[in-house]
Ligand binder design. Sequence first.
Ligand code: URA
Length: 282
Amino acid sequence: MTAPHPAADPLAALRWYVEQGIDETIDDVPTDWFTRPETARPAPAPVPAAVAAPPVARSTAPPSTPAAPARAPVPIETPQLALDAGEIARRCTSIAELEEAVRAFDGCALKRTAKHTVFADGVAGAPLMVVGEAPGADEDRIGKPFVGVSGQLLDRMLAAIGRSRTENAYITNILFWRPPGNRTPTPAEQAICLAFTRRHIELAQPKVVLLAGGVAAKALLDTTDGIIRMRGKWTELALGDGRTVPALPTFHPAYLLRTPASKRQVWADLLALDKRLGELAG
Ligand code: URA
């Protein structure tokens, strides 16, 4: 479909942009990155100060500054970026260091359009770690995961089994930046963030991981199986340090909002989760 000309019909042009997922204004004029090879790939992956310096206190508060500088170069997706991310993540020895490393990392193009880096919320080191897909508009605005309507449903789901992000659950996503227009993240974007997310799970050392939705489950379990096939089945999530952690895929709260009839299955998953956590605690 051809875009309506902005001068001829500005409202139709704006509507067309939003329908195409263009919901952020970055610059006044387009930049042809293909003609600027010197800026196409970021300089060598930044090594966060925290990796070399003593750990700093972990802050769950959203950063007061935007996630990306206004004119940061757009990284071209290459497998090397995921390797860089993996190398940086491996060198982090605490969640505080990892958070600082993620905030300093400029190798994921999503960061350029995001308002905030959305790292995690809740009690780091809690027995239950929930991993979702990606920040949405509310999470991007506030800087914390699962704070919109699906997050409110997630909170109610956790409360039903005596869990909460203020006491005994830790919440994150496989992506730290909102994909523009909530589009599905590309495999390269996922691979880059996953390097950090796997290390995040290693450092948080949960007893159990709840995988919220097909995107998180497929990415972390490295499978092409769909969520309908996977949900409710316990599996072992392999970590980079050779350990594994029990993981339970379930439907994403956003899916439940669209398909309330599936809440019955998720209730069964929550009961199984509660039972397993009880066994592992005892
Ligand atoms: N959906 C997710 O997967 N994560 C969030 O943080 C919010 C919505």
